[in-house]
Write a protein that binds this ligand. Structure first.
Ligand SMILES: Cc1ncc(COP(=O)(O)O)c(C=O)c1O
Length: 419
């Protein structure tokens, strides 16, 4: 199943990357011939997928609630133990649909430390996203800040289970209940994860998953809304299909949020290999933990292994008050080696447009978010990354840290020369 990226030269050669001049930023050959990506897709059994695609072509039922979509929705609902799963074309549309079905308007409180789609899904519908700070230990929205941000215009809260780690579900539910607000979750990263033994997908009024190519389970592009609220599920089903309640009968405003059959075939195929994906990701996560342990200022974001988790993200935090290299310097050294580690969610939604212009002072109220956007570096993992690659990535990190003064000098020089 795994398609491993090729290392430069022979593995033996890697062992000689021990001196400072062996680092690619000093002109040496990059460690990886081909880029090592953060989120190369997890692909299940190709033959299963192709069999399904052939059946779809034979049926000529390509979209409009086809049998693969229906099967996928049932499989997800059963897997999560939730009453309803509505499959859609991507998670951004899923967020928009859930927000509209929950009748959110005015202001809605969201974290700024998230993918931009969480905020855009509100702003797109004329709703103001009000950015809250996050808790450093979970990277999730801080309920104490949420409470302070509520105004007479607030109608809802959207928590995000970043990296698949559950945010403060109970505290947020309590606030929503006391203050009469709608609560939903952006669970784009959290398919297959649990909170206190209950699968993510069951919390709040609705939860939204992404099945984008980079996600743990992918449908090429895709998403889903899950809910235990029967009426909400009916409303979302209508809205995702233009408001059609039968042929020639449109009963509400709607859009085109349908998932197609090929996407659902990909999902069903991925579903069959999910345990293997988790196992592979968990192995990678543990290896990074072990190999980077004890390096000053470096800290891998920990998952609670007593819960279900997809381990899809290996998140390194670089505290430059303790680390000899900053996050960006480390990233530059890695990228020179073709290790495409990525800053996430840099620079924070509040520093991207249109929000930077709308709320120019937001950063002053988001100290933890600002800190995380300077610290977080997501490392390559997934089923196309294995033991050897991780060993080499960690080796490069250690080598760069050992020679931090010269590495920093070299990077400054490159910047000065515009390289
Ligand atoms: C937290 C979060 N929310 C929403 C989305 C949007 O998902 P999609 O690409 O399926 O629209 C993403 C995508 O990466 C995400 O990371």
């Amino acid at each position: 199943m795994a398609c491993q990226p090729r290392l430069s030269g022979r593995w033996q050669w890697v062992k000689t990357k021990n001196r400072i001049e062996d680092l690619a930023i000093f002109g040496a050959k990059p460690a990886f011939e081909e880029p090592l990506h953060v989120g190369r897709p997890n692909i299940g059994r190709r033959e299963s997928f192709l069999e399904r695609v052939n059946a779809i072509l034979d049926r000529r039922w390509l979209t409009n609630n086809g049998p693969c979509v229906q099967q996928f929705e049932h499989a997800v609902a059963k897997f999560l133990g939730v009453r309803h799963c509505v499959a859609v074309c991507n998670a951004t549309i899923a967020l928009e649909l859930a927000i509209r079905a929950l009748q959110m308007k005015g202001e809605v409180i969201v974290p700024s430390f998230t993918f931009i789609a969480t905020a855009h899904a509100l702003q797109w519908q004329g709703i103001t996203p009000v950015f809250s700070d996050v808790v450093p230990s979970t990277h999730g929205i801080d309920p104490r800040r949420v409470e302070e941000l509520i105004t007479p215009r607030t109608t809802g809260i959207i928590g995000v289970h970043l990296w698949g780690k559950p945010c403060a579900v109970e505290a947020l539910a309590d606030i929503a209940h006391r203050r009469g607000l709608a609560l939903m979750f952006d669970a784009a990263h959290a398919f297959g994860c649990s909170h206190q033994g209950r699968m993510i997908g069951n919390f709040g009024r609705a939860e939204v998953f992404s099945f984008h190519a980079t996600k743990f389970l992918n449908t090429l592009e895709g998403g889903a809304i899950t809910t235990n609220d029967d009426e909400l599920a009916v409303a979302i089903r209508l809205m995702k299909n233009f408001g059609f309640a039968g042929q020639d009968k449109v009963v509400c405003l709607g859009t085109n949020g349908k998932m197609n059959e090929i996407s659902a075939a990909m999902a069903l195929t991925g579903f069959e290999s999910m345990d293997a994906f988790v196992e592979h990701n968990r192995r990678n996560y543990r290896q990074y933990m072990e190999e980077l342990e004890g390096l000053p200022g470096l800290h891998i974001f920990p998952y609670d292994e007593s819960e279900k988790c997809n381990y899809q993200y290996v998140v390194l935090e670089v505290d430059d008050t303790a680390s000899p290299l900053s996050r960006d310097e480390l990233m530059t050294a890695l990228r020179a080696e073709n290790v495409l580690a990525r800053r996430y969610f840099y620079p924070g939604c509040h520093r991207m447009e249109p929000y930077a212009s709308l709320f120019p002072d937001a950063g002053a109220h988001l100290p933890e978010t600002e800190k995380l956007t300077r610290r977080v570096l997501v490392l390559p993992t997934g089923t196309s990354v294995g033991t050897r690659e991780i060993r080499l990535v960690c080796h490069i990190v250690r080598l760069a840290l050992t020679h931090s003064t010269l590495v920093r000098k070299r990077i400054c020089e490159q910047i000065r020369l515009g390289l």
